[in-house]
Design a protein around this ligand. Structure first.
Ligand SMILES: [Zn+2]
Length: 457
């Protein structure tokens, strides 16, 4: 069995920044490193070509009667700048205290190493383990996984499995693991309002037309009710009810609203009635204005009636909302509410499907839940309780990982998301690090989960 800490160091040394073409060599290096490591523990590895960075597909095959788990991860990392804020060089991993510092240590090289090392240790102990395992490790996650759904569709027949296991989500503290049971989806668009054909002098023409900034503000202001709900007919129709167990589970997460309010630096929460701020961020959809503009933005004054105004708008969606259905509802409402003396143009931006999975034994667990998935959840509960000293919490999250919804839609598979990184790991920021104690426990937990899923523990 290899030394996981040394292997993680080697892995982090490859600067695999997917978004920057100058780091092509780092991408190749990281990919070949992982492929070599998986080959060394008995996997047959192939690289699936994409338009940009190939996807690693590594298999341990066996009879169809064996359960099949797909372990997902990504080998690409975020850019490291601003470099001046790093204490040690981002691609020269350094251990200080119980942490390894370096870009990608926590997102996602360390957590992926936990699973690779867990599998390695398990296969060393049980070379005849009755479990099929496929590692699926992509190189475009930090760019929004542009090739991933095309890959899933193309390889669908070879990715028939029972469930997906991954660690690319967070936990609140060293001893409290969270299994993420839901992610919000997304639907984004740009809205442009045009009044006159060019900018106009507000003295010569002011008073004869509706200013497009005013028209845009009127449309935007109509999209929420005063109590903070989204004011679009049908918007909440498909929103999943919050189950009592979900509220109880969330209540165990020791958060207090007043310190959250202070952390945000806001005067008051503006949360729809019936939901705490912690609930609203997980269980409710939103509609947000990410940018708004038009007219003169420079120094001093300019008495202009601008020709155009624009807004960038995004909706976070929850299970079981369909992003394309929401897109239609929102667009229709915006068109209906636009004053008839301006013209509007809507430009589609990307979307992502929300995701929810219910652990076995809860009141709303689907009756047709796969027995292997149910076994995996039970195994994770026991393994995490045993290794970390406390059972995991089962929580939905406010953020979005669109590939999880894509996996569900295209492959029909649910995901067991075992969080491993901490708030202080500084993902995407300078001085990213990963807690080596969590690496060790993550290895043990992964090993125990897979042993149970195989039915031999
Ligand atoms: Zn990640």
């Amino acid at each position: 069995m290899f030394d996981p800490v040394e292997k993680l160091k080697e892995y982090v040394r490859h600067p695999s920044i997917s978004a920057d073409s100058k780091f092509k060599e780092g991408m190749v290096g990281a990919r070949e490193f992982v492929a070599g490591l998986l080959t060394s523990i008995g996997f047959s590895v192939e690289m699936a070509a994409t338009d940009l960075h190939p996807i690693i597909l590594a298999k341990r095959t066996g009879p169809e009667t064996w359960p099949h788990v797909i372990i997902y991860g990504h080998y690409d990392v975020q850019p490291a700048d601003p470099l001046s804020l790093w204490t040690s060089a981002p691609f020269e991993p350094e251990i200080r205290g119980n942490r390894m510092y370096g870009r990608g240590t926590a997102d996602n090289k360390g957590p992926l190493m936990a699973h690779i090392a867990g599998v390695a240790s398990l296969l060393e102990r049980r070379p005849d383990l009755p479990l099929r395992i496929t590692f699926l490790i992509e190189g475009e996650e930090e760019m929004g996984s542009p090739s991933f759904s095309g890959f899933l569709a193309k390889y669908r027949d070879r990715l028939k499995a029972d469930f997906v296991l991954l660690s690319d989500t967070g936990i609140p503290s060293e001893d409290q693991v969270v299994i993420t049971c839901g992610l919000r989806g997304l639907m984004l668009f740009d809205l442009e309002v045009t009044g006159s054909k060019t900018d106009l002098h507000s003295g010569l023409h002011g008073g004869v037309l509706r200013n497009p900034i005013q028209a845009l503000a009127e449309i935007c202001a109509s999209l929420h009710t005063p109590d903070g709900r989204v004011n679009i007919p049908g918007y909440y129709d498909d929103v999943l009810d919050v189950e009592p167990w979900e509220r109880q589970e969330l209540a165990k997460l020791s958060g207090d609203a007043e310190s959250y309010r202070n952390f945000l630096g806001i005067r008051k929460f503006h949360t729809p009635p019936g939901y705490s701020p912690f609930e609203a961020v997980r269980f409710l959809p939103t509609l947000e204005f990410n940018g708004i503009g038009g007219g003169y933005q420079g120094e001093g004054t300019k008495t202009v009636i601008p020709s155009k105004a624009f807004a960038k708008i995004s909706c976070r969606l929850v299970g079981n909302q369909d992003p394309e259905k929401i897109r239609e509802l929102v667009y229709r409402t915006v068109r209906e509410r636009a004053p008839d003396d301006v013209s509007i143009r809507i430009v589609d931006q990307h979307s992502g499907i929300p995701y929810v999975v219910v652990p076995p034994g809860r009141s709303n667990t689907p009756k047709d839940q796969s027995p292997v998935l149910a076994r995996a959840f039970r195994a994770a509960d026991a393994a995490i309780a045993g290794v970390f000293g406390k059972p995991p919490l089962y929580l939905r999250e406010g953020g979005s990982v669109p590939i999880i919804g894509e996996i569900k839609k295209i492959l029909g598979l649910d995901s067991l998301m075992m969080g491993l990184f901490l708030p202080e790991d500084n993902l995407h920021a300078p001085n990213e690090s990963f807690h080596l104690g969590i690496l060790k426990k993550g290895i043990q937990a992964s090993e125990r989960i897979l042993e149970s899923v195989a039915g031999v523990r």
